[in-house]
Design a protein around this ligand. Structure first.
Ligand code: ATP
Ligand code: MG
Length: 381
């Protein structure tokens, strides 16, 4: 399908469902291009409020509020998957919604997403859908160590329980609310990687080079690009990414998180049809950032080059770094060569909350990674 482009430079307005850091950085890229930006988020103090000409404070199940946003916008997109399906439908009736509602509905529910990946033949690890404590226990007997994952609202490792015994599985089921869960076999990971595909309505698509990612306790800690990978692994990851973007008919961007298992298998972990934490380094290291690429894709502009200009790395800054009443000495981090600071404007620092990130460039991926980790170490003192 070809859609008329939403051209910048006039009064064209982009609407964002969700005003977190991803919305904020997308909005900044949109503003650089000359678009106006409006945001809907439940939190009146959301990070994207700073770059929006209008912020509607409403929940993600408030269709009336979403329609008020959509009426003012040439295109509406989202930075979070957890938008109620009737809201997506209401927006799509009013204006152009990218990505399409069906794709978001597949991704927003872990059970549906996992089943979809399986049905379409994409490589994933062993899993079961469990609908009772007994089914969770049976899954552990069949698959050994497992992770129980709640279908909704999980991010940064929340809504997940790692279990190794039938007793833990039963207690884990209860702790997740005694509702259906995905039970995944716990995989012995060699490394984690991700792919980001940008795709236009006419099907033209481009993949950023694969990123290699490191998680601590289920939360992204650092990410580098280009990731140091066997070429065959990177190529296969990109091929899988394109196939998923095509099958979901994504207009915009989609991140595909993958596992390289020690036995050599390359498996899809999960999908995110929006900008992604593991591609923040594209703002520094690539000709086009993920945020600009996203805006280009939803507005029907030519996709930008995905060339790596310089190897780049990012490290997340979690709320744990902030101590009550103390100002962090960002000067220490910024003194490290080629390091930049990205703060999201969040008013309160809670443990585990993503407050910002540091980015660094280097002559090599490893130099960039060392620089960004050194900058964060200096901050933690
Ligand atoms: P995020 O929103 O940060 O991407 P999430 O809460 O959606 O995370 P997952 O991506 O499912 O959660 O899992 C978070 C991390 O936990 C993974 O990146 C990986 O490090 C680890 N993990 C998840 N599933 C498995 C598994 N089956 N085997 C081994 N490790 C896993
Ligand atoms: Mg994940």
């Amino acid at each position: 399908m070809t859609l008329t482009a939403v051209l910048p430079g006039g009064s064209a307005t982009i609407g964002l469902l969700g005003g977190g850091q991803l919305g904020r950085m997308t909005g900044m890229a949109a503003r650089s291009l000359g678009y106006d930006v409006q945001v809907l988020d439940p939190d009146p103090q959301c990070p994207a409020r700073a770059i929006a000409s209008r912020t509607i404070t409403a929940r993600f199940d408030d269709a009336d509020a979403a329609v008020r946003l959509a009426r003012e916008c040439d295109v509406v997109t989202l930075e979070i998957e957890q938008i109620a399906p009737p809201v997506l439908a209401a927006v799509a009736r009013e204006t152009r919604l990218c990505p399409n509602a069906e794709a978001v509905i597949v991704v927003q529910d872990r059970i549906r997403q996992r089943t979809w990946l399986d049905r379409h033949g994409f490589p994933i690890g062993a899993f079961r859908i469990a609908r009772s404590a007994a089914e969770c226990a049976a899954a552990v007997i069949a698959m050994d160590r497992c992770i129980l994952k709640a279908p909704h609202g999980g991010y940064d490792g929340r809504g997940q329980v790692r279990v190794a015994t039938t007793g833990e599985a039963e207690r884990g089921w209860e702790s997740l609310g005694s509702r259906p869960v995905v039970v995944e076999q716990f995989l012995d990971l060699e490394l984690e990687l991700s792919v980001m595909i940008a795709r236009r309505a006419d099907g033209e698509a481009r993949a950023f080079p694969p990123a290699v990612n490191h998680h601590e306790q289920g939360v992204l800690d650092w990410s580098v690009c280009p990731g140091q990978l066997p070429p065959a692994v990177g190529d296969e990851a990109v091929r899988i990414g394109h196939a998923i973007a095509d099958a979901l008919d994504i207009v915009g961007v989609i991140a595909i998180e993958l596992f390289l298992v020690r036995d050599g298998r390359l498996l899809v972990n999960e999908l995110a049809p929006r900008p992604h934490n593991t591609y923040h380094h594209t703002e520094r290291g690539c000709s086009t950032s993920q945020f600009e690429q996203f805006v280009r894709a939803i507005c029907g502009l030519p996709l930008g080059s995905v060339n790596v200009v310089r190897p780049a790395a990012i490290a997340n800054l979690l709320g744990d770094l902030w101590r009550e009443g103390e100002q962090l000495d960002f000067g220490r981090a910024l003194a490290v060569p080629e390091v930049r600071l990205h703060l999201y404007g969040k008013t309160s620092a809670r443990p585990g909350r993503k407050m910002g990130h540091l980015s660094a460039l280097g002559g090599t991926t490893e130099e960039a990674r060392q620089r960004v980790l050194e900058a964060r170490r200096l901050l933690a003192r």
